[in-house]
Design a protein around this ligand. Sequence first.
Ligand code: NAG
Ligand code: NAG
Ligand code: NAG
Ligand code: NAG
Ligand code: NAG
Ligand code: NAG
Length: 759
Amino acid sequence: MASILNHHIAIVCLLSYISFSTFNFVSSISSSTYIVYVNPSHKPAPYHTHAAWHAALLQSLTIDPSYHLLYSYSSNSAFAASLLPHHVPLLASHSSTLHIHPDTFTPLLTTRSPTFLGLPPYLSSVPSSNPSMDVIVGVLDTGVWPEHPSFSDAGFSAVPSRWRGECESGPDFASSVCNLKLIGARSFSRGYQAAGGNTSAASPRDLNGHGTHTATTAAGSPVANASLFGYASGIARGMAPGARVAVYKVCWTQGCYGSDILAGINGAIEDGVDVLSMSLGGGSAPFFRDPVAVGTFSAIQRGIFVACSAGNSGPTPSSLTNTAPWIATVGAGSLDRDFPAYAQLGNGKQYTGVSLYSGGWNEKEILPVVYNKGVQVGSNSSKLCLPGTLDSAQVKGKVVLCDRGMNSRVEKGLVVKEAGGVGMILVNQAANGEELLADSHILPAIAVGAKNGDIIRDYVLSDQNPTVQISFAGTVLNVKPSPVVAAFSSRGPSTLVPELLKPDMIGPGLNILAGWTKSVAPSGLTADERQSDFNIVSGTSMSCPHIGGLSALLKAAHPDWSPGAIKSALMTTAYMLDNTGSPLHDSANGTQLATPWAYGSGHVDPVKALSPGLIYNTTTEDYIAFLCTLGYTIQQIRVITSSNSTCSHKLSTPGNLNYPSFSVVFGQRSRKVVKYQREVTNVGPAGSIYNVQVTGPASVSVSVKPQKLAFRQVGQKLRFTVTFKSVKVGSRWDAEFGWLTWNNGHNQVRSPIAYTWNY
Ligand SMILES: *[C@@H]1O[C@H](CO)[C@@H](O)[C@H](O)[C@H]1NC(C)=O
Ligand SMILES: *[C@@H]1O[C@H](CO)[C@@H](O)[C@H](O)[C@H]1NC(C)=O
Ligand SMILES: *[C@@H]1O[C@H](CO)[C@@H](O)[C@H](O)[C@H]1NC(C)=O
Ligand SMILES: *[C@@H]1O[C@H](CO)[C@@H](O)[C@H](O)[C@H]1NC(C)=O
Ligand SMILES: *[C@@H]1O[C@H](CO)[C@@H](O)[C@H](O)[C@H]1NC(C)=O
Ligand SMILES: *[C@@H]1O[C@H](CO)[C@@H](O)[C@H](O)[C@H]1NC(C)=O
């Protein structure tokens, strides 16, 4: 999944011995980190804290906690320990242990987006009466560049008194850098260190850029004249410019460890955040083995809204991560903003692509263009512009055409530049489709889609003397169609729970401008000496903090809404028509329409989400009943719930969770009829009367009982039952889609329905 991220986080190598500053391991070479979940009801009364009990438990097994205990988690009944091989069976067989698993490793997964989302204009400062000032957004990521202008606290009142967090000092981070806007900054690196990672300068400072980008997207203060070297210029601001930000650095140079993520989530819960935005994750382990799922369950229990990236592994089906029902799983779409550039070939034909190039460039100059000029290194040809594959003699002074794939897009530019090339045409592979990612390349470069790229490549290979003129057209707005689902955005169906429709929604995630660190260039290349306060990046890492920030606005407007209610409001008001009135397209194949497996309920519409009419509320008890239907053992469920759950209450199927969307799987045990129940809460005016509308494929007959819901009061709850009957014989993995909408003439409370046949 990391390949599409601009700042690729590679897999950590467990090779070198590191001398630990804080933990002086006797033999760290053979030790590995484990996360150990213990039964909270086994804690003997004399131990006042979980930490003391965890230490005693290790001691009783002659495992010295001062050497081996990395973290004690207070919100989850668990700890992380660096264990020698013979320790593992001792702990696994201890009567208090519910579950033990090796630490996990995960990669990391604006000026335009507020207007695009229809948020009211927000000028140069934050009004002091802004209700979102009481909302605290926690961001788990690569840390923060605290001096960034987006963390200006001009106009902010005192920090809410319930805040218990801190601003940790470090070698390059004074605790005085926090202010009334950036109210907390902490770092968690014990898991990373135990795996051999170098955190010699452990502090919350962002040396990557990803964390500053996500934090400023969620809740950056307004900054006038923001741009990346003139591109995407305007007032940059986060989704909730009035909210406070607390940053938890859990991802380091090479990635993020589950033990650190769990510690960061626990820290954020204790500190008192209201929202968690987590642009990280990977894989699809069962919920009890996934620290993001386990940690965020504790957050939800305490009323904290959680947004996570859906992943960047699209358009491959079933490529989602972070699919627990208590998480808002966020995919990515495009904005209506583009950065066009043109390649005029020697044969007179002109092709359009994108570029962020700025600087001296003679648009009149006709330059020779070459492809695949160099030496094959192993199985790697020069087509991909991998390091060491270009021949300077044949490339010098020329524009080089490079195919996408294998190495990062910006590294290809560096390879061309170092070989003496003067420009690059970067061509999409078929799987990238026509989606154009704008990157801050180190040399003049134009990115083109697969179709145009194939034509240009054919020209370069067949013409005797191929040439190109490249010109740049700056920033263009009101691009149509938009939004379009990003090709890289991970897709459903969910493999863990096919009866749960995921992702939940999409938000802006393509070519997003937001704050950046001063410690690396916008290209992320060490060879690049440029600096910028802002950068343009793409990924579901960028769409996730949009939803995190918007949830803070909803929380400010409706302080009594549960996280499930906020998610329901965002989902049932999302739209699925683009700015040309067509259903949303899929960038992976521009001619095809996207489906709810790509966009969930649709694209977020924050203004409508403020008054959704009806809410599909979900409580902690609902989630526990849902977990109890998944076939997990009671121990595995207790790992997630940190309580004495007994599964006395189960759902008839996981699809019966009171969720704002539907996924119907026909054929399990030859079922042709699936029945789901839901309950909706009236958050609109008293006296609202809703009628149901169902659209969808002819292959399913749908009946809803009752067809009319009449609410006498605000806050009243009414139930309905939907019966789905397959009237065709579907083949395995056949899929179709439909919608169920409650309409009162003013609100359309819309839910997508995904149908799968699994005979
Ligand atoms: C769990 O159950 C045990 C025995 O059934 C009880 O003593 C204990 O108080 C319970 N703990 C919690 C956290 O509910
Ligand atoms: C660890 O990082 C620091 C600063 O980032 C660097 O000075 C040091 O050489 C690194 N150590 C190792 C073992 O890589
Ligand atoms: C923004 O840029 C414009 C034009 O370059 C300039 O007139 C204005 O003073 C700048 N505003 C700020 C706040 O820097
Ligand atoms: C091909 O290039 C990739 C990416 O740079 C590299 O990891 C791999 O080792 C190369 N393969 C060979 C055979 O050189
Ligand atoms: C949803 O359920 C929670 C937990 O039971 C409750 O606090 C909340 O008031 C309910 N309604 C809404 C709209 O959040
Ligand atoms: C896009 O979809 C159309 C219609 O299904 C199909 O014919 C075409 O081959 C697809 N193109 C790509 C690049 O997948």
